[in-house]
Ligand binder design. Structure first.
Ligand code: NAD
Length: 484
């Protein structure tokens, strides 16, 4: 990879027990730059054997790691976070080259990813148990918090840095050791921060990174009894497959899955604020974000005005390679992503929707999707029922609050929802009626390390970030002391 200030960050081997390794089979997979459509490099195509080795390495490292004091683990996490920020330009470039998002967004993701490392370094110092009044005078009861053990961490391509740190930081802070399986589309961001963890002094075997195609690695993580927990971010389909696979050895699970976020604009909304929020929530990462507004529900009285304001902002967006200055929308991750977007748009147009944005300056190449606003969206369209995962903003018209809530909640998903109103009463009513794990009122930004992140219904189990994030990696032991 060209132009890195620290070439050591570009690693084409996997990391097991402190060794940078090739696959036992000698096989590798190509990693593609979605903008240039060219091969950036390769990573080992590992399978069950290497995954087992990584799990064994994590198990060997577990005893000494959990015995460290919380302050020692926190200091190592802080050193790791400092290195991420020191190398932010290189990490952002690696991320943009393998994933496609504009460089500025990639820098934002590195800062966001590093914020979890800092947060959980601090939380490590506050893993507190409990004392419980005993039913008899000769006994004492205390509640101890202990690490879960070896964890398998499986992450998606859309946030190749932050989806890893959001899991690894609390796991390490709690005293767990881990095996990471990054997305096969974006392994280099994972390997780069693995290398920085080594430089920060995190001992060999605490973080292991296995690269390759998912099925064999996933099957070993699911079946291996040494793995006590799986933390997964990705699609609902794979999440439920992991849940079934983890059942035989009764592992703990955290699942951050797909969404179908409604973004509701009421007649009494501050429209400029709503447009600002829609741009941030819908078009960040080219719309390839789990908490992206997927359905924009707009009340009849402001429907036309909102469509016009949003369209003029979308018309001004520049599409192109994420490494070029001034780009708002980079390439989509792969052909399958483009095909899904096209399928959703074609279906919507066939059922009466209209594209109200204009676009004259698309770069050449099938890897780009035009950002657009569609009016006349209806609930029978595919884009109402599945994540489009692209820069398409469909506007649904509604008349009443009840109707908006029925549409918003009429999905098996429950990750994020947004709504805009200036009425205090409506704010509480709607905020409480939305069946989602995260709700933004008059804001399109809900992701931060300080607040719980996660979904209800088929959007998942558990929470990341916040105080709740570390509990996912802690067991509760009640300790009874008698004969006093
Ligand atoms: P995906 O489910 O296809 O893949 C996610 C990860 O699972 C990848 O590492 C992949 O290799 C792995 N995987 C695939 N099949 C597997 C198997 N059989 N066994 C084990 N691992 C397997 O998802 P994706 O396309 O990479 O990511 C996009 C999806 O992730 C979207 O649905 C999006 O909403 C969701 N997502 C959710 C959150 C959240 O916090 N809720 C955040 C980001 C993305």
């Amino acid at each position: 990879m060209q132009n890195l200030r620290e070439p050591g960050l570009f690693r084409q081997n996997a990391l097991i027990g402190g060794q940078w390794m090739l696959a036992a089979s000698g096989r590798s997979i190509d990693v593609i730059d979605p903008a240039a459509q060219s091969v950036v490099g390769t990573v080992p195509d590992m399978g069950a054997t290497e995954t087992r080795m990584a799990i064994e390495a994590a198990a060997s490292a577990y005893g000494p790691w959990r015995k460290k004091t919380h302050a020692e683990r926190a200091a190592l996490l802080e050193a790791w976070q400092a290195l991420m920020l020191e190398h932010i330009e290189d990490l952002a470039l690696i991320l943009t080259i393998e994933q496609g998002k504009p460089l500025d967004e990639a820098r934002g993701e590195i800062r966001y990813g590093a914020s979890f490392v800092k947060w959980f370094a601090e939380e490590a110092r506050r893993i507190e148990g409990q004392t419980i009044p005993s039913p008899t005078p000769d006994r004492r009861i205390v509640v101890l918090k202990e690490p879960v053990g070896v964890c398998g961490i499986i992450t998606p391509w859309n946030f190749p840095n932050a989806m890893i740190t959001r899991k690894v930081a609390p796991a390490l802070a709690a005293g767990c050791t881990i095996v990471i399986k990054p997305s096969e589309f974006t392994p280099y961001s994972a390997l780069a921060i693995g290398w920085l963890a080594e430089k920060a002094g995190i001992p060999a075997g605490v973080i292991n990174i296995v690269t390759g195609m998912p099925a064999d690695i996933g099957n070993e993580i699911m079946a291996n009894e040494t793995v006590r927990k799986i933390s997964f971010t990705g699609s609902t389909r794979v999440g439920s497959l992991l849940m079934r696979g983890a059942a035989d050895s009764v592992k703990r699970l955290s699942l951050e899955l797909g969404g179908n976020a409604p973004f509701i604009v009421f007649d009494d909304a501050d429209l400029d604020l709503a447009v600002e929020g829609a741009i941030a929530s819908k078009f960040r990462n080219g719309g390839q974000t789990c908490v992206c507004a997927n359905r924009l529900l707009v009340q009849a009285g402001v429907y036309d005005a909102f469509a016009e304001k949003l369209s003029s902002r979308v018309n001004a967006m520049k599409v192109g390679p994420g490494t070029e200055p001034g780009i708002s929308i980079g390439p989509m991750i792969n052909e399958a992503a483009i095909a899904k977007i096209n399928r959703h748009v074609d279906d919507a147009l066939a059922k009466g929707a209209k594209i109200v944005t204009t676009r004259t300056n698309m770069p050449g190449g099938a890897q780009y999707a035009a950002p657009m606003v569609l009016t006349g969206a209806t609930t029978d369209m595919q884009l109402a029922n599945e994540e489009t995962f692209g820069p398409v903003a469909p506007l649904f018209r509604f008349e009443t609050e009840e109707e908006a809530l029925a549409i918003a909640n009429g999905t098996p998903y429950g990750l994020a929802a947004y709504f805009y109103t200036e009425s205090l009463k409506r704010a509480w009513r709607v905020g409480e009626a939305l069946e989602f794990g995260m709700v933004g009122l008059n804001t399109g930004a809900i992701s931060t390390e300080v607040a719980p992140f996660g979904g209800v219904k088929q959007s998942g189990l558990g929470r990341e970030g916040s105080r709740a994030g570390i509990e996912e990696y802690l067991e509760v032991k009640s300790f009874h002391i008698g004969g006093l």
